[in-house]
Design a protein around this ligand. Structure first.
Ligand code: ADP
Ligand code: MG
Length: 245
């Protein structure tokens, strides 16, 4: 009964414990007897080709889906950021951040503080439609962090941004993470993004984990670095991408 265990705390050392999780859509197995633990405060990047089951796993960890066999343990405070910011257009940026919280002075103060962290304090009273794509994703990150999550789930959060904005978002996310230290599971299909950000990289191939390794490259990581390039090559191979093509 994954539904009941989904709200149980994973304990002080583990933020996520996924044991023997199998997820089927009709007759199709999308995740097959999956096992994955994430330590408290660990930054894990989940890589995989399109359709490999990444979002399915993320939705399970976010309790957006509970029709599954096996056991999933996650902390009580979780937050998810998607590729699109999903702001309510009729609410100001600040009200979007405080949405779902009791409207107390303390909540507003915390929301303003997270907006400041992502550099959006001047936009707190603006409408979401006035934000650029990068600003909207920063607002979505602020909204997630205002929940003070023990587990932050990110599903291709920078996938729709241009390359330069994406690089800036990597630095921002890393800074926010270092300050708050939630466990993070970031889904991406961008190998460079994975290597820049991850403590550990997990590759999902057709619903099974085919690669699971710590990244032992000193930070900040540079794309031209020899170890960066070597890991990049291995991951592209793992994903079935032939660089010579
Ligand atoms: P990824 O995020 O890695 O691209 P997904 O987790 O979204 O992959 O999907 C994995 C597989 O599960 C895909 O083949 C997709 O078509 C299928 N799938 C996802 N959601 C549903 C659903 N609600 N109903 C049926 N099939 C689904
Ligand atoms: Mg997906």
């Amino acid at each position: 009964m994954a539904h009941e265990s989904a709200v149980a705390n994973a304990g002080p050392d583990w933020a996520v414990m996924v044991s023997n999780v199998t997820k089927r859509f009709d007759e199709r197995t999308v995740l097959g007897e999956l096992n994955l633990n994430i330590a408290a405060g660990e930054f894990v990047v989940l890589l995989g080709r399109s359709g490999s089951g990444k979002s399915t796993l993320l939705r399970l960890l976010g309790s957006l889906d509970d029709d599954v066999s096996g056991t999933i343990r996650v902390p009580r405070r979780r937050a998810i950021v998607f590729q699109d910011a999903r702001m309510m257009p009729w609410l100001t940026v600040l009200s979007n951040v405080t949405l779902g919280h009791p409207q107390t002075a303390d909540v507003r103060r915390r929301a303003l503080s997270t907006l400041t962290e992502v550099g959006l304090e001047k936009h707190a009273h603006a409408w979401p439609r006035t934000l650029s794509g990068g600003e909207a994703q920063r607002a979505a990150l602020a909204r997630a962090m205002a929940r003070e999550p023990q587990l932050l789930l990110l599903d291709e959060p920078f996938g729709a941004l241009d390359a330069l904005t994406r690089i800036r978002m990597h630095t921002l996310l890393r800074d926010v993470y270092m300050r708050h230290r939630p466990a993070v599971l970031l889904v991406t299909h961008d190998v460079d993004e994975a290597i820049v950000l991850a403590d550990r990289i997990v590759v999902l191939t057709e619903g099974s984990i085919s690669f699971n390794e710590n990244v032992n490259i000193q930070k900040p990581r540079h794309r031209a670095d020899r170890m960066f390039l070597a890991l990049r090559r291995r991951l592209l191979f793992e994903l079935g991408v032939n660089e010579e093509q």
